[in-house]
Design a protein around this ligand. Structure first.
Ligand code: NAP
Length: 260
């Protein structure tokens, strides 16, 4: 009988994050938490971030229970100074940061005619400015080490638009342009930059939808179910791993076939 473990080992190694460090913004809940746990299971040490100290600490404990190192930071990533402080401390503590996932995001839905300035700016700050702050803060270190993975969490709404989400759609479409510009700036330094565009995923963000809205949405999904946070986390794991070394500037849609 052939030793199957030995046979698949080189393949698995390509997906390993052993010895890598990752910062995932907005990782106290939902998709970010699923990514943090998936990365830790693949061997990474993970920085957990959110605006809640308790939430970040909880996920950091889950990561430590998996045998990996974890740091928890309460920081609002829409605030450039808070981001510079957090990333400065991470680099001091761990010397290196291999993977950044710009995942933190919010919605403040409303039809354009009734949309307040603050509703627009808050979403752009939380979803787009945040990625600019974090990417700027890590890119020097990643360029210097000639290795890095940056993953921006966009949305199918940034590709298709959605009535009542002009602010959110603009921020998520902006992230796609940002991804491509950064991919071109950083490619020669060994840093890849990609985006993931999830469809409708079961988290607190979509919990507010009533059962009827969920049924209507499910009817538009060829795979006939809402996504799980882990469905998105696995795509991120691939992009973060060595298996995706020649992929940059791309948008991977994780939506059960909704937008094809
Ligand atoms: P979620 O359950 O609401 O979780 C969002 C996370 O981000 C929380 O941990 C939240 O923690 C944190 N956060 C929000 N703003 C932050 C800020 N300014 N600074 C630091 N942390 C912040 O959302 P989710 O559904 O997992 O969504 C994650 C990402 O996927 C978002 O970018 C979202 O737009 C995108 N997405 C989601 C779906 C979906 O169907 N769920 C679909 C497409 C795209 P605190 O509130 O404690 O700060």
């Amino acid at each position: 009988m052939p030793d199957t473990t030995a046979q698949i080992a080189p393949t698995l190694q390509q997906f390993s994050l052993l010895g890598k460090t990752a910062l995932i913004t907005g990782s106290a809940r939902g998709i970010g938490r699923a990514m943090a746990l998936a990365f830790a299971r693949a061997g990474a040490d993970v920085v957990v971030n959110s605006r809640s100290e308790a939430g970040s600490q909880r996920v950091a404990e889950e990561i430590r229970a998996l045998g990996r190192r974890a740091l928890a930071y309460e920081a609002d990533v829409s605030d450039a100074a808070a981001v510079d402080g957090m990333i400065g401390e991470v680099l001091k503590e761990w010397q290196t940061l291999d993977i950044l996932v710009n995942n933190a995001g919010i919605t403040r839905d409303g039809l354009l005619l009734r949309m307040k300035d603050e509703q627009w700016h808050e979403v752009l700050r939380g979803n787009l400015n945040s990625a600019f702050h974090c990417t700027r803060a890590v890119s020097r270190a990643m360029m210097k080490q000639r290795h890095g993975r940056i993953i921006n969490v966009s949305s199918v709404v940034g590709i298709m638009g959605n009535a009542g989400q002009a602010n959110y759609a603009a921020s998520k479409a902006g992230l796609i342009g940002f991804t491509k510009a950064m991919a071109k700036e950083l490619a020669s330094r060994g840093v890849t930059v990609n985006a993931i565009a999830p469809g409708f995923i079961k988290t607190d963000m979509t919990d507010a939808l009533g059962p009827e809205a969920k049924d209507t949405l499910t009817g538009q999904i060829p795979m006939a179910r809402l996504g799980e946070p882990e469905d998105v986390a696995d795509a991120a794991l691939f992009l973060a791993s060595d298996a995706a070394r020649y992929i940059t500037g791309q948008v991977i849609v994780v939506d059960g076939g909704m937008t094809m």
